[in-house]
Design a protein around this ligand. Structure first.
Ligand code: DC
Length: 223
């Protein structure tokens, strides 16, 4: 099997990236974290010093080459992974992701990256907009307390000094912005399987999704 597309959508901290990464590793799929791409553009916009509220000023992204490979995010072949989880990027990314111009640009990059490949892509609009014909669509979710706890641990592991209260506030705010925005809001795709991970481990969730992949006849081993 040459092409097989898995779309993983869900709110912040639902475990999308961790779970997608593990499945991609186990099954020899390519993993693409589209949130990292929105963060990379936000980081570059901050570096360029553009007016973040003015959609017109985002045309500079046409000059950039954004790629996601081996769980690393590159802008013009430079790994920007260590900058994109920064507080300033996190605070502004929902705004940047709300502009149709930015979204159209990244949707094109994402579709091209998936074409003809076995891909597991995670984000907010993958099953609805980027890969509407995906072979499998999963909507991952978990309650706000659990999602905040996971995000806090992830950030602390990366060396950021954060407390649970500020993470809950940040996630609540981003959930609201991502779900209420006009263009491609976070919604559950009609044909998605909803997986609530609140009481399940990463391993259990990975196994659950792998079963769905198997049922759809995806080729397992690596090529
Ligand atoms: O998954 P994340 O928290 O790293 O995503 C960062 C932001 O990017 C999130 O607040 C919403 C936005 N995003 C989006 O609008 N569409 C996507 N496909 C992925 C992320």
């Amino acid at each position: 099997m040459k092409e097989f597309h898995i779309a993983i959508d869900g709110p912040a901290g639902s475990g999308k990236s961790t779970i997608s990464k593990q499945i991609a590793h186990d099954l020899g799929f390519i993993h693409i974290d589209t949130g990292a791409m929105y963060r990379a553009i936000t980081y570059m916009a901050l570096l360029e010093g553009i007016d973040l509220n003015d959609e017109e000023s985002y045309h500079f992204i046409e000059r950039l080459t954004i790629t996601y490979q081996d769980d690393k995010i590159f802008v013009d072949k430079i790994d920007v992974g260590e900058f994109i989880r920064d507080d300033l990027v996190t605070k502004n990314v929902s705004k940047v992701a709300s502009f149709p111009y930015v979204r159209q640009y990244l949707v094109k990059v994402q579709r091209e990256a998936a074409q003809g490949k076995k891909v597991i892509m995670d984000g907010r609009d993958i099953g609805t907009v980027v890969l509407p014909k995906a072979d499998l669509k999963i909507f991952l979710t978990a309650n706000i307390k659990e999602r905040s706890k996971r995000r806090m641990l992830e950030l602390q592991e990366k060396g950021f000094d954060v407390d649970l209260f500020s993470v809950v506030k940040d996630i609540e705010e981003r959930d609201k912005k991502d779900s209420l925005r006009k263009v491609s809001p976070l919604i559950i795709p009609k044909d998605a399987i909803i997986v609530d991970t609140t009481h399940y481990s990463i391993f259990e969730t990975v196994e659950r999704i792998k079963k769905e992949i198997e049922e759809r006849g995806a080729y397992y081993g690596r090529e």
